[in-house]
Design a protein around this ligand. Structure first.
Ligand SMILES: NC(=O)c1ccc[n+]([C@@H]2O[C@H](COP(=O)([O-])OP(=O)(O)OC[C@H]3O[C@@H](n4cnc5c(N)ncnc54)[C@H](O)[C@@H]3O)[C@@H](O)[C@H]2O)c1
Length: 339
């Protein structure tokens, strides 16, 4: 049985990926200090997988602790590195928080990988690496333009660090997964998005407004050159994303590429506006969402959606869910968090 270290395994995407990995026969160990997640996810994962998932409760920005703890709990066949902060807006207000956490933790985890001889690495990247892309949809060949937020810069920096490591170590393989807009929850509603910090992602905010936990939703910008003036995004169901990690892991372990570093876009290629996303939620749940159009937000690109043909062809991956499934599952989760 292959043994995989999943950093950030207690977070939103990490927890859904752990379920998919266990269902596909992998043994998983998580490393997460709950800085943006809750310990309740561990019993929830046990309920879903029937397995106790061990978690190394360490701050991955602490180099010595990270190297020593990861080494002491090995061996591993691969590392999937999710742990990072993820709010574009917050990164503009607090750039050093993002440089420190995201860049430092990637360097420490990569150093631990090298120290333990783990030559298969999967990195949670983001469509923010494309910057303010000029033409849509973006493919992996689209230019990497200047990052428009410190968060995006940390993802570009992570990708570049891994490329540099691969240049100097013949056996090292890194797969870069560029997510578009992950949302939704496991169909059981046993796990979902449960950030410790107030969420800045659209779908959890829609759910919180519908549940009466927030008064209203502000749509940032109504004057973009799009169908209704709001930004266009490519929402991908977190369970589709989780499956893509299992495929990417097999691809990496089996060394199915001549290239040592391979990027993959993970979106569903169907860009919808923020207002259309709100309407889709209202349609499938029958709940109404109190929203207003506000000012544009710094760091947002007007539109971004993906071509994912490469993931389809090479990873054999196909998204199964659309925006209505995302909204339905997110609402079910909102109604019974950690039930
Ligand atoms: N959710 C999105 O919209 C999105 C989009 C593109 C890329 N990503 C990337 O995917 C990854 C996972 O995102 P998510 O939505 O699951 O976020 P999340 O915040 O739910 O999960 C991240 C997990 O990492 C942990 N963590 C963070 N810093 C840590 C540290 N220094 N030491 C130990 N643990 C630490 C947190 O406690 C959390 O459980 C991140 O790298 C994020 O940048 C997310």
């Amino acid at each position: 049985m292959k043994r995989i270290l999943v950093t950030g395994g207690c977070g939103f995407i990490g927890s859904h990926t752990i379920v998919d990995l266990v269902e596909n026969g992998f043994e998983v160990i998580s490393a997460d200090n709950f800085i943006n997640s809750h310990e309740e996810v561990l019993p929830a994962l046990k309920k879903l997988t029937g397995r106790e998932i061990p978690n190394l409760n360490i701050d991955l920005t602490d180099r010595k602790l990270t190297l020593d703890t990861i080494e002491a709990n090995g061996p591993y066949d691969a590392i999937i590195h999710f742990a990072a902060f993820k709010s574009v807006g917050e990164s503009i207000a607090k750039p050093f928080k993002y440089y420190q956490n995201n860049i430092r933790s990637l360097i420490n985890v990569a150093e631990a990988a090298f120290k333990c001889g783990v030559m298969n690495f999967i990195f949670s990247s983001s469509c923010t690496v494309y910057g303010d892309a000029e033409s849509m949809p973006v493919s992996e060949e689209s230019p990497i333009l200047p990052a428009i937020s410190p968060y995006g810069l940390t993802k570009q920096s992570g990708e570049n660090t891994l490329k540099d490591l691969a240049r100097n170590e013949p056996n090292f393989r890194a797969t870069l997964l560029r997510y578009f807009n992950p949302a939704g929850a496991h169909e059981s509603a046993i796990i979902g998005e449960a950030s410790r910090n107030p969420s800045t992602n659209l779908v959890p905010i829609i759910c919180e407004v519908a549940a009466g936990k927030r008064e209203k939703l502000v749509v940032y910008g109504g004057d973009y050159p799009t169908r209704d003036g709001s930004c266009i995004r490519d929402f991908i169901h977190v369970c589709d994303l989780a499956r893509a990690h299992t495929s990417a892991l097999k691809f990496t372990l089996e060394k199915r590429s001549d290239k040592k570093v391979e990027p993959f876009n993970l979106g569903i290629g169907n860009g919808i506006t923020v207002v259309e996303a709100i309407r889709a939620f209202e349609k499938v749940t029958g709940e109404s969402v109190n929203f207003e159009i506000g000012e544009r937000r710094k760091g947002d690109v007007p539109a971004i959606f993906s071509r994912f043909d490469k993931a389809r062809k090479i990873l054999n991956w196909e998204p199964q869910y659309g925006v209505e499934d995302i909204m339905r599952s997110a609402w079910k989760w909102e109604q019974r968090r950690f039930g």
